[in-house]
Ligand binder design. Structure first.
Ligand code: ZN
Length: 438
């Protein structure tokens, strides 16, 4: 359809009708929409479950009619960022600027814009060649709006999809393997993976697992129009290994960052990633004396080499400030990051630097800082990675790395408000589900 013929139809509801339906939406959204599925003998009980809507709620709205997905359509979505304008968020979805203008001129969209917050999802449905079919906004308090293309324009529909996130609680006992146990408890692999990752700072699931270990997980499953569309988030977990309990709860800080902590507020994030590359192999280890591949004589190798193709993204292994980014002798293109407690990391032979990586700049753990190359003294593309403590090179694969800092005191109240009920739930699961297994 030519853009010039595009017309936004007015919302079909009168203002009074809309108010009424909004009230209905709010009322419905406070009903127990979050189902609870317990693996064993825990009565569904939803009273305390919607305490952290930013964690467990995507949006709740009443379907006017349940609609099947358009055949041959494609979906893209984006989360509204802090400081976003609606136009900017829509631009990220690759929507034609003219269509964005027209959407923003619609009354229904303008009203919706006022209730959209950072973290809300906007979903665009397009044809295979990119023509916009529908756009769906999730607002606060379960408000939702879909602008749907008709033959002669767009129609506005309040809450046309029922998108919800249901909380599921399950427990299990290890008989042979972690995945054997999570499978028989009906826990999605993604949630099992996350549990193993979250506890990996204190437990190695390949080495430490014991027959008889128990676990409980609380997580969300996403539903659209009543159909499960995938595992959501791990909200809380407990793993009891050889009688010792490890617990984790998900916390979202005021900037929207999510991280796992113990119920007491200790961070479960590692202070350092073990490797700056996602997929790589160590091609040369740290050593105090080795035959140098280029110079031929023996000398110390002060870091670890990771073989990877030119252009592979390199991540900062910990939160840091950039101390150096430039060319330096045999290192070639080099980034030096300065971390807390006298730690420094070196990333050498880079083909290039990520934008914004310059001295004085703060970088976050996992942020891309540059790309694998073969600059300086190198026989082929690889990353030379060093960890130094007080200027002394350490073996990156063996050095004891510090954990991430604990929760700031100022966030304590917010943390407890979000997580205390989940910690209580973990205890309840232990007492009911696991007792039922005995
Ligand atoms: Zn090296």
């Amino acid at each position: 359809m030519p853009l010039t013929k595009l017309r936004i139809l007015t919302d079909r509801m009168t203002r009074a009708e809309r108010r009424l339906s909004l009230r209905t939406l709010v009322a419905i959204s406070s009903l127990p929409l979050f189902g609870v599925v317990a693996a064993f003998g825990l009565a569904p009980d939803t009273n305390t479950l919607d305490i952290t809507p930013q964690v467990i709620t995507e949006a709740i709205a009443l379907p006017a009619v349940a609609r099947p997905a358009e055949p041959g359509s494609f979906e893209r979505d984006t989360l509204v960022q802090a400081g976003d304008t609606l136009a900017r968020a829509l631009t990220r979805l690759d929507i034609d600027p003219l269509e964005i203008q027209r959407l923003l001129a619609a009354d229904a969209v303008r009203q919706m814009a006022a209730s959209i917050r950072a973290g809300n999802r906007i979903r665009a449905t397009t044809t295979h060649n990119g023509e916009l079919l529908a756009i769906h906004f999730d607002g606060v308090d379960g408000g939702a709006l879909t602008m749907r293309r008709q033959a002669d324009g767009f129609t506005a529909e309040a809450g046309s999809d029922l998108i919800e996130s249901r909380v599921v609680m399950r427990s299990g006992r290890i008989l042979s393997s972690l995945y054997g146990a999570t499978d028989s408890a009906g826990i999605p692999d993604r949630i099992a993976d996350k549990m193993a990752e979250v506890f990996s700072t204190s437990l190695d699931f390949r080495e430490d697992l014991r027959r008889g270990d128990t676990f409980s997980v609380i997580y969300t499953v996403n539903y659209r129009n009543g159909e499960p569309v995938g595992a959501g988030k791990l909200i809380a977990a407990e793993y009891v290994n050889a009688g010792k309990a490890y617990r984790a709860v998900l916390y979202q800080d005021p900037y929207g960052r999510e991280e796992y902590y113990t119920p007491e507020g200790e961070s479960l994030r590692k202070g350092f990633l073990r490797s700056p590359l996602e997929f790589s192999r160590v091609t040369s280890s740290f050593s105090n004396s080795r035959k140098h591949p280029v110079y031929g004589f023996h000398r110390a190798h002060t870091g670890v080499d990771f073989g990877a193709p030119t252009g592979t993204r390199i991540k900062a292994t910990g939160d840091a400030t950039v101390a150096f980014a430039g060319r330096k002798g045999g290192y070639g293109n080099l980034v030096i990051l300065r971390h807390q407690n006298g730690f420094e990391t070196y990333y050498a032979h880079l083909s290039g630097f990520a934008t914004g990586v310059r001295p004085g700049q703060a970088v976050a753990q996992g942020q891309v800082i540059g790309y694998v190359g073969a600059t300086g003294t190198a026989t082929g593309p690889h990353l030379h990675y060093e960890i130094r403590i007080a200027g002394q090179p350490q073996n990156p694969m063996a050095v004891k790395l510090p954990g991430a800092p604990p929760l700031a005191a100022a966030q304590r109240a917010r943390f407890l408000e979000q997580t205390a009920a989940w910690s209580d739930r973990l205890a309840l699961l232990r007492d009911t589900n696991l007792a039922a297994l005995d």
